[in-house]
Design a protein around this ligand. Structure first.
Ligand code: PLP
Length: 432
């Protein structure tokens, strides 16, 4: 049965009878007018950085605003505009900007020196906190990014299984070198050269083709696809994937770099499926560079030479004092389970409200996601562009692709302001 909130029904809604190209040109013109300093900075940046940036996702048309400071829920740009930050550094900013407890922990740690090149106690404390919180993680190791955590997890899982195929899903994003978009599939030019087999996401029947490969060694999956637009897998799909991995000795890896924020024990707790390995990153480092991979002790034992393990892990900054201290402060303070529940409840409400106003205005747009991860979609990209710029003009910053990662300091009032902004914009289309 279909309903008005069914994306298939929504995407077939007619476009508003307006000249969308002209509206986009006008929106860009207004943005340019109000951001002269960001425009000059962009010109300067493009001379020395291709495209004018060093993280492609931060770019948007006609040029991105440049931030001069960030505090709590706010970003301020070099043209002195203040934005409520709904992008939340693509989930890494769960605590909001510059949380005092994290800052204090870093300053305190720096007093004892930082480029140690030796083991220390902070990494033990952090590993204890991670293992306590995520039930599938008996043991853990740290990296500098989520990408690196996934690369390490894949390598470890293939070594453990003695096979060489990596199962992944359409539109999955596990890092810039592990990207499986609709157009390129596994052939993204920057992808690492593993033997990937790509299956449809959240499709039980599609698992047949994956498991037909007898060389399948591991399956890597985001329980809720983040970059693809906040698309949750059904618990029944994850349970079936778990069952097949167990039956065939395939290592199941949950990429919880984004989704671990969906419950204190991660999406695996919320969805009731326990993987063999889990990767983490983003917000756990309290906003500092962070990644981790961990899992069953018999798998992680490959790094323990006293148990005959043959793997080694390199990484000059793996146990860096700044990230370790920031993550300890985050996990033992701000990331209290009650606060995690609160922000996820707020995200659920925001998603429902956004979806409701988009449906009420009859636009081919809708909202998906789970908890504090919200994805806005449209069958017409110019509508996304217009909505994005209308929100910016109202001082509300979401990722250009319609991605929202609520932080703990973005309030109900801020959320209401975003819903009102989207509603006003949608109404303005009707009267344009
Ligand atoms: C699900 C997922 N995995 C891995 C990564 C890569 O993390 P990082 O950017 O820290 O390398 C990302 C980044 O967005 C992600 O969303």
């Amino acid at each position: 049965m279909t309903s008005v909130s069914d994306p298939d029904v929504r995407s077939s809604k007619p476009l508003p009878a307006v000249d969308l190209d002209a509206l986009v040109i006008a929106a860009h013109g207004r943005y340019r007018e109000h951001h002269p300093n960001s425009e000059s900075a962009h010109t300067r940046a493009r001379r020395v950085m291709p495209g004018g940036n060093t993280r492609t996702v931060l770019d948007f048309d006609p040029f991105p605003f440049r931030v001069v400071r960030a505090d709590g829920p706010f970003l301020v740009d070099i043209d002195q505009h203040r934005y409520v930050d709904f992008c939340g550094n693509y989930t890494a900013g769960l605590l909001g900007h510059s949380p005092e407890s994290v800052k204090d922990a870093i300053v305190d740690a720096l007093a004892g020196g930082w480029a140690l090149g030796a083991t220390h106690e902070r990494e033990i404390r952090l590993a204890e906190l991670v293992c306590d919180r995520f039930h599938s993680i008996d043991q853990v190791r740290f990296t500098n990014s989520g990408t690196e955590a996934n690369l390490m997890a894949i390598g470890t899982a293939l070594h453990h299984s003695g096979r060489s195929t990596v199962g992944v899903f359409h539109n999955a994003y596990h890092g810039g070198v592990l990207s499986f978009g609709a157009v390129e599939g596994p052939h993204h030019p920057l992808n690492v050269p593993h033997r990937f087999r790509v299956a449809p996401f959240d499709d039980i029947a599609g698992l047949d083709q994956l498991f037909a490969d007898l060389d399948l060694g591991c399956v890597l999956i985001e329980p809720v696809q983040g970059s693809a637009g906040c698309l949750p897998a059904a618990p029944s799909f994850l349970a079936e994937l778990r069952r097949r991995c167990t039956a065939t000795g395939v290592v199941l890896i949950f990429d919880e770099v984004m989704t671990s924020r969906l419950a204190a024990g991660g999406a695996q707790e919320r969805l009731g499926v326990r993987p063999d390995m889990t990767t983490l990153g983003k917000y756990i480092g309290g906003g500092m560079t962070f990644g981790a991979f961990g899992g069953r002790s018999d798998i992680m034992a490959h790094f323990d030479k006293s148990s005959g393990g043959q793997l080694t892990q390199a990484g000059t900054f793996n146990n860096n004092v700044v990230s370790m201290s920031a993550a300890i402060a985050a996990l033992s303070g701000e990331l209290h389970p009650d606060r995690i529940d609160e922000v996820n409840d707020r995200g659920d409400r925001l998603r429902r409200d956004l979806d409701r106003v988009l449906a009420a205005r009859g636009l081919p747009m809708w909202a998906t996601g789970m908890g504090s991860m919200v994805g806005l979609h449209s069958s017409e990209d110019r509508l996304m562009e217009l909505m994005f710029h209308a929100a910016l003009a109202d001082g509300l910053y979401l990722a250009r692709r319609g991605f929202i990662a609520l932080s703990m300091v973005v309030t109900e009032d801020h959320c209401d302001a975003l819903v009102a902004s989207v509603d006003r914009w949608a109404e303005s289309l009707r009267t344009a």
